[in-house]
Design a protein around this ligand. Structure first.
Ligand SMILES: *Cc1c(COP(=O)(O)O)cnc(C)c1O
Length: 448
């Protein structure tokens, strides 16, 4: 593989930007080697500056559910751009996208657009605190909610549940107002809610954690398909999330679902539709921006009445609701619905799973492939299930790094970390999926 052009760019980038990147995982630190500089995306493919063509499963970390440069999305962006990139005044596209999102999420009656998932979560937390007059937030270990200070907090060891800063520059004061419990552990959550009764504004979860591997909410059923012997995930409607909802109601805390990844990904109405559970506040991002920078948060009319200018919770944005991002989102959601994308993606996922089953079963006791809809994760582990962050931490990340390099050198681009998931898009055709399955087989054979 030729990498001269990427190497030259990286050489310049490294002296200009920390790690040579605009976001840390892109730097390839956890898989080794140097990041590749991308020039073009088309459908399921990414083409780098040296002309290498990769089948992509990172898909910009989730937004590109229709693949790279979908013609309808691009057309919408170009048309909007011709009329101006930002007005700093209301525009029709915000109204249209708001209507589309609200139609899909029964728990959202009003919505506010922002520019990233981080901003959406940060604002949702401020809303929860402003509406309840309480300060404390409960989050789960292993759930990522963007990089706002009060959420860059990790669980302490042992029984300590007070958060500790997970990043330099986050104050103890910030961490103090965040309590951390393990995902999928109802006893610990109830314990914290009981003790903190009266102080807890909200519990925030990724309904299906996708930023620390893929961790299914407990009591989603693992089953072994007859052909593959590899676990997939069957969604059981009653699960951890229902119990979290009930605990929040019992102890008077709001429930925030961070659906920045799962919204419009697991189903049009996100995890809330898939599992039949309702959040009080929902955060969105990624897919609803069609590949442009977007976030959003929404809730009932009553809760959203606290947001400025209607209420005292301040939140604003110079470029929020800009016509380009809104148009890309509208085009994406329209096309998802028109082509029946979620049924299509489920079929693709099943086809893919069956294709890779023989290769995986050769190394079946050392690998675990989990898949939920169009999200998947390959773990190097002897465990037969993943329900906690400790299960993920116990995986062999060195082996994942070797696997990543093997796949990359054979033309398949995976997210450059064993803690990240892979995404299928509607643009991944049978041919790409077959080529990927062959590549997985060769790569596993090479590294195991
Ligand atoms: C990606 C992500 C975020 C952060 O979104 P950005 O747009 O990167 O700021 C927050 N929460 C979840 C669940 C995410 O997957």
């Amino acid at each position: 593989m030729k990498t001269d052009a990427s190497k030259a760019l990286y050489g310049r980038a490294i002296s200009l930007m920390p790690g040579g990147v605009s976001s840390p995982v892109r730097a390839f630190k956890s898989v080794g080697g140097q990041p590749l500089f991308m020039k073009r995306g088309r459908g399921a493919h990414l083409i780098d500056e040296d002309g290498n063509d990769f089948i992509d499963y990172c898909m910009s970390w989730g937004p590109l559910i229709l693949g790279h440069a979908d013609p309808e999305v691009i057309e919408a962006i170009v048309a909007a751009a011709a009329d101006g990139t930002s007005f700093g005044a209301p525009n029709r596209f915000e109204v249209e996208l708001a209507e589309m999102v609200i139609a899909r999420f029964p728990s959202i009656e009003k919505i506010r657009f922002v520019n990233s998932g981080t901003e959406a979560v940060m604002s949702a937390i401020r809303l929860a605190r402003g509406a309840t007059g309480k300060d404390t937030i409960v989050k789960c270990d292993g759930c990522y909610h963007g990089h706002a200070d009060h959420l860059l907090v990790a669980g302490g060891s042992g029984l300590a549940t007070f958060g500790t800063p997970d990043s330099a520059g986050v104050t103890k004061e910030n961490a103090k107002d965040t309590l951390v419990v393990p995902f999928n552990d109802l006893d610990r959550l109830e314990d914290v809610l009981k003790k903190g009764k009266g102080d807890i504004a909200a519990v925030i979860v990724e309904p299906v954690p996708c930023n620390y591997g893929l961790i299914p909410p407990y009591e989603s059923v693992y089953y072994s398909s007859a052909r593959s012997g590899q676990p997939s995930i069957e969604t059981k409607r009653k699960n951890y999330l229902h119990a979290v909802r009930a605990l929040c109601d019992r102890y008077g805390a709001l429930l925030i679902f961070d659906e920045v990844i799962t919204g419009f990904r697991l189903s049009p109405g996100g995890a809330q539709e898939l599992f039949g559970v309702r959040a009080d506040i929902t955060t969105l991002g990624k897919i609803i921006g069609g590949g442009l920078p977007v976030g959003a948060y929404g809730a009932s009319k009553e809760l959203m009445a606290h947001i400025a200018p209607d209420g005292p919770v301040y939140q604003a944005g110079t470029l929020s609701g800009n016509p380009l991002a809104m148009s890309a989102g509208i085009a994406t959601l329209k096309k998802l619905e028109r082509i029946g994308a979620h049924a299509l993606l489920d079929k693709k996922a099943e086809y893919f799973r069956n294709l890779i089953a023989p290769a995986l079963s050769r190394f079946g006791d050392k690998t675990l492939f989990l898949q939920m809809g169009s999200i998947f994760a390959l773990y190097f582990t002897e465990r037969r299930s993943i329900t906690t962050v400790d299960d993920v931490r116990a995986c062999d990340m060195k082996r994942f790094a070797a696997f990543h390099r093997a796949m990359l050198s054979r033309g398949v681009y995976l997210s450059p970390s064993g803690y990240e998931v892979g995404f299928l898009s509607t643009a991944h055709g049978d041919q790409e999926l077959r080529k990927t399955a062959e590549t997985i087989e060769e790569s596993l054979a090479a590294i195991m």
